[in-house]
Design a protein around this ligand. Sequence first.
Ligand code: IMP
Ligand code: MG
Length: 198
Amino acid sequence: MDEPGEIAHAMMEDIAQVLITEQELQARIAELGAQISADYADKDPILVGVLRGVFVFMADLVRATTIPIEVDFIGITRYGPSSQTQGVVRFTKDLEILVQDRHVLFVEDVIDTGLSLRYILRNLDARRPASLRICTMFNKPRKRLFDLDIAYTGFMLPDEFVVGYGLDYDEQYRNLPFVGVLKEEAITHRRLPSGAQT
Ligand code: IMP
Ligand code: MG
């Protein structure tokens, strides 16, 4: 048995390298929260996140803000054989708050190709918000397919598949409090993700 409060060996064994520690993540989020609070003072912004990966970052980020805010989520599904897919994006859950004439801060866990984000931004923009900006915890610019103006970035990441802090591999590892790279055998020993994914 693992000690209480200690991460199970079954998960730690799969991690090749910790890229960003829990302390580093939390320190950066405190800075982001302070910056957003200063920039959006008196603007009553709506923070909009895409389920599910962003739920960990969103929970920490909102608690690092000190101004009145609202929070909402959308759900999307990308169809395709792998995370490389350029396939169809479909909304599975829409916003519940009306964003017209409101200041919207779009919050992402990780931006890789930018494909999902471009689809969502176009859709949100059509609803005529007063402003629409992007905050991402992790930015992987290597494979970016579009120019994206990102207002707030937590950390730049190399073009590697990472897990933890909300990010999953085959729905696992979201609960790790740090961000790490999986061992090769942890990937090959599992069923490869197929079909719908977010
Ligand atoms: P994009 O459309 O290529 O920018 O894809 C972004 C989405 O792909 C994220 O919201 C994640 O769900 C997923 N993703 C991209 N990179 C990673 C990673 O390193 N680990 C886990 N999920 C990732
Ligand atoms: Mg995912």
